[in-house]
Write a protein that binds this ligand. Structure first.
Ligand SMILES: *[C@@H]1O[C@H](CO)[C@@H](O)[C@H](O)[C@H]1NC(C)=O
Length: 226
């Protein structure tokens, strides 16, 4: 009985993930390039950059209901830096199901942003700026594989409470950069894969034992008919 309880506890420890939502984008890191000196990156943004050495950012993101001004909610920008070029990665955003929100993720190359007025202005409002002049303070001269991540956050609930409808509260999120092992499998899912494999192997073994138990019972029943 205790063993059964332990098994159930073990199972439900993994089930907590069910109560959270996830959205993700998968991409291949671009070739290393010199970061344009016309791009200045606010210190605040630099601190929240995701790199292979700093893979998780925990944040509270302001959201908005769709409106003519904000047709895709609020936009937030993060930099993905020091990537390994040609490596496949995914970025996930996870948030609690108790804060219903629509997140949309997309990655852009820096050049792409610099060429597009709209992207540039959105990125600028979020701290990613093309001020030209005193640029490159936060960017070294070295080349690197770098992308910008745009997160569009739209509130997705309805309540009769007018205050909440006008000012939807910020949503607590985890943003995670995850490299794929051999460009096939997300590295952070390896423990889950091992867990499932263990379950499968154990299940196979246990079913064998149960089957032989049943067979023996049936056989001994046949050989001693009373
Ligand atoms: C509406 O929501 C706000 C924020 O959660 C809360 O402070 C306020 O009491 C609510 N108003 C009503 C009428 O329930």
């Amino acid at each position: 009985m205790n063993r059964l309880l332990a098994c159930l506890t073990f199972l439900f420890a993994f089930a907590t993930a069910v109560f959270a939502n996830t959205e993700k984008v998968i991409f291949i890191a671009p070739p290393s390039a010199k970061v344009p000196p016309s791009l200045q990156i606010a210190q605040q943004l630099e601190q929240t950059a995701l790199t292979p050495y700093n893979t998780t950012v925990r944040s509270s993101l302001p959201v908005a209901f769709p409106s003519p001004d904000l047709s895709f909610g609020r936009e937030h920008w993060y930099l993905l830096r020091r990537l390994r070029s040609k490596q496949r990665y995914e970025v996930r955003i996870c948030w609690s199901a108790t804060q219903p929100t629509d997140f949309s993720l997309k990655v852009f190359e820096i050049d792409e942003i610099l060429r597009d007025e709209q992207l540039l202005s959105s990125a600028g409002q979020s701290g990613l700026q093309d001020l030209g002049a005193n640029a490159a303070f936060y960017i070294s001269d070295q080349t690197e594989s770098i992308l910008a991540l745009r997160i569009q956050a739209t509130a997705d609930f309805f309540t009769v409470n007018q205050t909440l409808m006008r000012y939807p509260p910020p949503v607590d999120v985890d943003i995670i950069l995850d490299p794929y092992l051999a460009n096939i499998f997300p590295a952070s899912l390896v423990p889950t894969a091992i867990y499932i494999l263990l379950l499968a192997v154990t299940g196979w073994y246990v079913s064998g034992v149960v089957w032989s138990l049943i067979r023996n019972t049936v056989r001994s029943g046949k050989s001693h008919p009373d």
